[in-house]
Design a protein around this ligand. Structure first.
Ligand SMILES: Cc1cc2nc3c(=O)[nH]c(=O)nc-3n(C[C@H](O)[C@H](O)[C@H](O)COP(=O)(O)OP(=O)(O)OC[C@H]3O[C@@H](n4cnc5c(N)ncnc54)[C@H](O)[C@@H]3O)c2cc1C
Length: 423
């Protein structure tokens, strides 16, 4: 009898899950497991890697996933140790000779893969984005330095795979030994959704799919996304799919095919293309992370430079974090982030530019603050965008400083957004 472990990572879904599909095809029994890695789930750490808003969203997603797995006859374990130590032990107890997992892009996760691959039979599959490394029309080492060149090359030959169907049943004779810990047992605080939040984000594939369907079809937002995506108050402007995409409750390929369906059944225009364009930014930063490894988390980023980067002033940085700077547009955005885990893309660009260029602070500290607080934190997109704005990334322009007054005037002309968060 062939037994395998399915290690869930940033692919918390059953549908369109390549590693799960492969495991079920190749094994008679599979045991599913998720690791609440101590380096991330330590709520006492200073600074913390994850705040309670994202922790809650992930736990909701895991609870739903566990229920779906059990309904199909499968079993899920939740382990609070390190995957690199615990997977070999679990395989031995279960009698598995292989472990299936989604290949990730960022350095810590790829290090886990290297450490495990020398100990066990680790079978990695794609699924993190719409493209795999093998789809690129160039070697990873020749990744174009700027996005527009990446996009042009990739778009010429882009062929997106079809979806993997959800499994119908799962077999597992293993008696569960662990249960999903609660938010408070992990040391995180319970909180209720701020009524000003753009959306009441609930973790799980069902909520993600439901919202994707509503936003694209029922609210019909996709057809004017390009014009409205910078709106700052309310749910209808940008897609708000990032929290579910970040931990893989929905896959980027599922979003891609939903766009294509909408284009064939309703309308294909610049806006429908633009959502794909934005998803390609996500792809770009995934491959930047793969190409440069640990460098994207370092102060000098991926620029070849020995320039001494500024560390800044702790008090100034603290005021930025708390939304107590002299700039009300920045403050409103920072308060929204603290209260809800969300900030619009427009807000993110502006507060990052302000921190680096107006306040002269360390971009890396800003990126770490976002890492802790964003509900949609993704290492590649977060550090990729921050490096870009910090002048140590993939920006062809040496100094991408925003004019905050102009931006606030243009994107929040009646101060609706500022009044909402600063009242
Ligand atoms: C300083 C900074 C930090 C950021 N940190 C993160 C992060 O941790 N996680 C994250 O998912 N995004 C991050 N972004 C990118 C972007 O702000 C968010 O993806 C976007 O705001 C999410 O909202 P949405 O789903 O409504 O986006 P939409 O406008 O609806 O776009 C659809 C999808 O395209 C992708 N996307 C859009 N813009 C970008 C971009 N600039 N870079 C990469 N992918 C993009 C996202 O997956 C997004 O869900 C960051 C941007 C900046 C400037």
């Amino acid at each position: 009898m062939k037994k395998g472990i399915v290690w869930f990572r940033n692919n918390l879904r059953l549908a369109d899950n390549e590693s799960l599909t492969r495991a079920l095809d190749e094994c008679d029994e599979v045991l599913c497991v998720y690791f609440l890695e101590p380096r991330i789930w330590n709520s006492m750490a200073e600074p913390s890697r994850m705040g309670s808003i994202r922790a809650k969203f992930i736990l909701e997603s895991l609870l739903e996933l566990e229920g779906d797995i059990q309904e199909l006859g499968g079993t899920m374990e939740f382990n609070q140790g390190r995957a690199v130590d615990e997977i070999p032990k679990l395989m031995e107890s279960f009698g598995a000779d292989r472990c299936y997992a989604q290949k990730e892009d960022a350095w810590e996760e790829t290090e886990q893969e290297h450490l495990l691959a020398v100990q066990i039979n680790l079978i990695l599959s794609g699924g993190r984005g719409i493209l795999e490394e093998s789809d690129l029309p160039f070697a990873l080492n020749d990744l174009p330095a700027v996005f527009s060149s990446f996009r042009r090359k990739v778009e010429k030959k882009m062929q997106i795979r079809s979806l993997f169907p959800p499994p119908r049943s799962m077999a597992c004779s293993w008696e569960t030994r662990t249960e999903l810990p609660s938010l408070t047992s992990l040391g995180f605080e319970e909180h209720s959704t701020d009524e000003r939040a753009v959306l009441d984000f609930r973790g799980g594939a069902k909520g993600g799919k439901k919202w994707m369907y509503q936003w694209i079809w029922e609210r019909d937002c996709l057809k004017e996304y390009k014009e409205t995506r910078n709106g700052m108050v309310g749910a209808d402007f940008s897609s708000k799919l990032s929290p579910w995409l970040s931990i893989g409750c929905i896959s980027a390929v599922e979003v891609y095919w939903e766009i294509k369906k909408y284009e064939s059944e309703r309308v294909a225009n610049e806006s429908t293309y633009w959502l794909l364009f934005e998803l390609l930014w996500r792809e770009f930063f995934r491959f930047v992370a793969r190409r440069y490894g640990a460098q994207i988390f370092q102060r000098n980023g991926i620029k070849d430079s020995d320039e001494k980067m500024t560390l800044g002033n702790p008090k100034t940085f603290q005021r930025w974090k708390e939304g107590r700077t002299p700039n009300s547009f920045v403050n409103a955005n920072m308060i929204e982030l603290a209260k809800t885990g969300w900030m619009s893309n427009r807000g993110r660009q502006n507060v990052a530019s302000y921190l680096v260029h107006d306040l002269g602070q360390d971009w890396l500290a800003g990126a770490r603050h976002f890492e802790e607080h964003l509900i949609d934190y993704d290492p590649c997109s977060n550090y990729g965008n921050w490096m870009y704005l910090g002048g140590v990334g993939n920006d062809p322009r040496p100094n991408r400083a925003f004019n905050l007054e102009k931006q606030a005037q243009y994107y929040d002309p009646d101060q609706e957004f500022r009044k909402l968060w600063l009242a």
